[in-house]
Ligand binder design. Structure first.
Ligand code: DQA
Length: 153
């Protein structure tokens, strides 16, 4: 079942187009399309509709965030390495003005120190890291709660 205000924009940043070529110990070896299929399945079970975006161009990511509220009711963001230094993307998420959750496949807290820093601090409902693809499901549950969408849990 779907209801109004149930669209979640799922944004992936730099290097996610080659996810299947990145370190499988950190990222699991699956492709972005395979990950997106899982995300869409979980989204529908929860009564949400996911729409997907990926770019390697920081300006395109910023511009998508500027118009995200015209496209979706909430955002799930994995900005990759930009997470740790792009203040422009943090500012753009604030402009976007929709409830958002930050997700990382790997455990950014237990890797290099610089990965502990996030430009989304204080801007997101939750930061989920180190849970692999299942972290996206957890993020969708948090967004469904924020949007008041009641699907299967
Ligand atoms: C990542 C973690 C980032 O530190 C890294 O730069 C990525 C992927 C993750 O999903 O674990 O590109 O966001």
């Amino acid at each position: 079942m779907t209801s109004a205000h149930n669209r979640v924009a799922v944004l992936h940043g730099v290097n996610f187009d080659v996810l299947e070529r990145r370190d499988p110990d950190l990222y699991g070896g699956l492709s972005l399309s395979e990950l997106e299929v899982k995300i869409q399945r979980w989204a529908r079970e929860l009564g949400l509709e996911a729409i997907f975006f990926q770019t390697n161009a920081e300006g395109e990511f910023v511009e998508y965030l500027h118009r995200v509220r015209e496209l979706a009711d909430a955002a799930l963001v994995n900005a990759g390495a930009w997470t740790h230094y792009s203040r422009a993307i943090g500012d753009a998420l604030a402009v976007g003005g929709v409830p958002a959750v930050e997700v990382h496949l790997s455990d950014v807290e237990s890797r290099e120190d610089w990965r502990r820093v996030s430009v989304f601090d204080g801007l997101v409902l939750e930061k989920i890291s180190g849970r692999g693809p299942d972290g996206y499901r957890d993020a969708l549950v948090a967004l469904a709660d924020a949007l008041g969408v009641a699907g299967e849990r």
